[in-house]
Design a protein around this ligand. Structure first.
Ligand code: KG4
Ligand code: ZN
Length: 331
């Protein structure tokens, strides 16, 4: 089976072709980051309009790169939710219409399931069961994964997502949108020991997260500090250290609770170098293994949707013609 995957939940237009036997045949990504940069965040209306402009040309490119004709495609997967409703509608209507025209089945994929399965795009792929830490701009959650579609949420953020906290704190530090990777870069030139940020909700049992307090703590710290570049880098360092420490503590707890030794991290924040290194260190101590997607598949992309869609189509799932986007959709 060969699947065309389409991702349009936020500000990236992603298209990919995944073949059950051959693996990933092509993937194309168009990022709208520049379009939204002046506004300091994603403008939903602009995002939808840009997906309309970019999606079909990107599908053409992905088909050409994989040397595919429409008759070579056996199914179409698209991100059905969660995400920005207008943006989702572009992907779902194009995907459903193409599937109708090409007489192949379509399937709507949960965006976070796409992230969760992204490490499977490379070898060695993690085996089930495992604990997954999903950290993106919209979600932070720990999930016990027994198989495709068998997900138990162990904990999630009660307020801001980890990526959202990175982006908001980056903004306070005067960095452009999306600030997560820029804050991480600034933190590289920061020194340890100048600031101590809290590790929210680690002093009580449970696996939920709370990141909005860190942003407030950052705002107060920045207000009271000098405006020189080294001070800003030190604040970025302390903020990142606090987020990473918090995530490491909760992952360790989740592994102990479930008795599992396999950890998968995915979603935009899984691109964070410090987080990867710290979790790697923790897993060595626990004599377990940690899996991440390759860098380009940490953030939103079409490959993860094509892969997740293939699994769902093989399990017999089909999207009816009267499809709908699902901007809110629990995993
Ligand atoms: O998964 P994703 O592309 O989109 C959502 O589904 O939300 O995640 C984007 C988020 C943004 O908040 C971005 O700032 C964050 O991931 N991010 C990072 C890094 N790269 C992306 N945060 C921290 N460090 C990074 N290196
Ligand atoms: Zn995402």
């Amino acid at each position: 089976m060969r699947v065309l995957g389409i991702e349009t939940s936020c500000d990236e237009t992603g298209v990919a072709i995944y073949d059950e036997a051959l693996g990933l045949m092509s993937h194309k990504l168009y990022s709208q980051v520049k379009l939204h940069a002046d506004y300091g965040g994603v403008v939903p209306e602009l995002a939808s309009r840009d997906h309309v402009r970019k999606l079909l040309p990107l599908i053409n490119q992905a088909m050409a790169e994989a040397n595919c004709q429409p008759s070579d495609i056996n199914g179409i997967a698209f991100t059905k939710g969660p995400g920005l409703v207008g943006a989702l509608l572009v992907g779902s209507s194009v995907a459903r219409s193409l599937a109708y025209a090409w007489k192949v089945p379509a399937v709507g994929v949960h965006h976070m399931e796409g992230h969760l399965l992204a490490p499977m795009l490379d070898e060695p792929a993690p085996e089930f069961p495992f604990v997954a830490l999903l950290v993106s701009g919209g979600h932070s959650m720990l999930v016990s994964v027994k198989g495709i579609g068998s997900y138990e949420i162990l904990g999630e953020s009660v307020d801001d997502a980890a990526g959202e906290a990175f982006d908001k704190t980056a903004k306070l530090l005067g960095l452009d949108y999306p600030g997560g990777p820029l804050l991480a870069k600034l933190a590289d030139s920061g020194e340890a020991g100048h600031y101590q940020f809290p590790r929210p909700m680690t002093d009580r049992p449970g696996l939920d997260f709370s990141f909005s307090g860190l942003k407030t703590f950052a705002a107060n710290t920045i207000r009271a500090a000098n405006d020189d570049p080294q001070t800003r880098a030190n604040i970025a360092y302390a903020f990142q250290e606090a987020v990473v420490d918090t995530l490491v503590i909760k992952c360790r707890r989740a592994l102990k609770l479930t008795g599992l030794k396999r950890l998968v991290i995915a979603g935009g924040v899984s691109a964070n170098k410090q987080l990867r290194e710290s979790l790697q260190e923790m897993m060595v101590k626990m004599q377990g293994e940690v899996f991440y997607p390759r860098m380009e598949f940490c953030t939103d992309n079409g490959a993860m949707i094509a892969y997740a869609g293939l699994q769902r189509l093989c399990a017999g799932e089909r999207e009816p013609l009267s499809t709908k986007a699902q901007p809110r959709w629990p995993l």
